[in-house]
Design a protein around this ligand. Sequence first.
Ligand code: DGY
Length: 431
Amino acid sequence: MSTTSPTDRDDAARAVLRRNDRGGFTVPNGRVYPFQWNWDSAFVALGFATFDLDRAWRELETLFEGQWEDGMVPHIVFRAPAEGYYPGPEAWGIQRQPLTSGISQPPVAATAARVLHDLSAGDAARIRALFPKLFASHRWWHEIRDPDGTGLVTMVHPWESGRDNSPDWDEPLSHVVPSVDVAHLRKDLGHVDATQRPTHDFYNRVMTLVEEAKALAWDGVSVARTLSFRVCDLGIQSILLRADRDLLKLAVELGFSTEATALRDWIARSETAMQRLKGADGLYRSLDLRSGRLSEAVTCAAFLPLYARTASREDALALKEYLAATRAVAGFSVASTDPRDRRFDATRYWRGPVWLMMNRMIADGLSGYGLTEEAATLRQDSGELVRRNGFWEYFDPRNGAGCGGPDFSWTAAMWLSWSGSPSAAQALTAL
Ligand code: DGY
């Protein structure tokens, strides 16, 4: 176990963010992910906010410089050339500046912006400038990615979920017929052990989806209606609903009344539709929109309806039981796949490991339902993982070993703003 004192660890966390800062935007990890990623930036902003609020705002502002005209905030903004990553800008083939990918990621930004605004002591200039862009990104999800107004938004690529390699996508991805072989182009295996990363077959299928979207010239509605992978991700659905609520608070406070009306409608629609994501055992899952089938596995996303404040009291109690049962098996919480499931893999990307920013959203959800003891346990587990091993991308739930990339920005940010603070009350703020 490391002997670093809490203050040294705080310094080390700030140093990770400073080192990964490329001038107004932060790379998740300089080697594995050398560009700006969408939801990473939103979490990273919370870390910067503990010591440099101006820099925290900048992180969101630079992310939105990559926003498309239709409102989409891409999952990667390729702000400056960098070696060592595939698929880089040429693989996406999108001609715009700054260069971007063509898919999105879970919309945490409005929630992060609401937190930054709460810390901004009445100075509303930055949130006023950002609000229309945040709103346009929510409109994109609710209109372009839900063209029939069902209340369930579509994701068209596993990377949009941020939980790239989750067993949630095994079934829907099995119906994508690979048309490319990209194994030789991969760079991630030069940085991270192959047992901790997705397989070649996964890469071939997901890059096939990129080719399908290219053939549609990345037209938003055509992509949403026709790509051969179309899933309602429980993660995106819940994170969006929560972010809608945060954006609505901002809209009311700032006097954006038309936008507030639209947000209320979207929230009502999503709340009703969430019921379709509930399995027979009472736990929520992702929905394959092509087959109409719920995913089989129960993953860490199952807790996110708490974060969205859309779960019932009974749902919350069922999740409390479920958390206790899986923690008893896995050691550290929350394993990204149920450790009793045959698909559980303790160290492979999103098939077992623990992620700190996921824990933070889950803990926020648990506290929202009065499950404060469970929330405190998650904060403790998350702090312990960093104390033992440092700021890794993810952790083996059995023994806490660090996996993926070291010196990871969002892990440092979660330490600073949440799990490293002396008490829950002193954590930056509830999300
Ligand atoms: C990767 O390259 O593994 C990323 O997670 C895609 O966003």
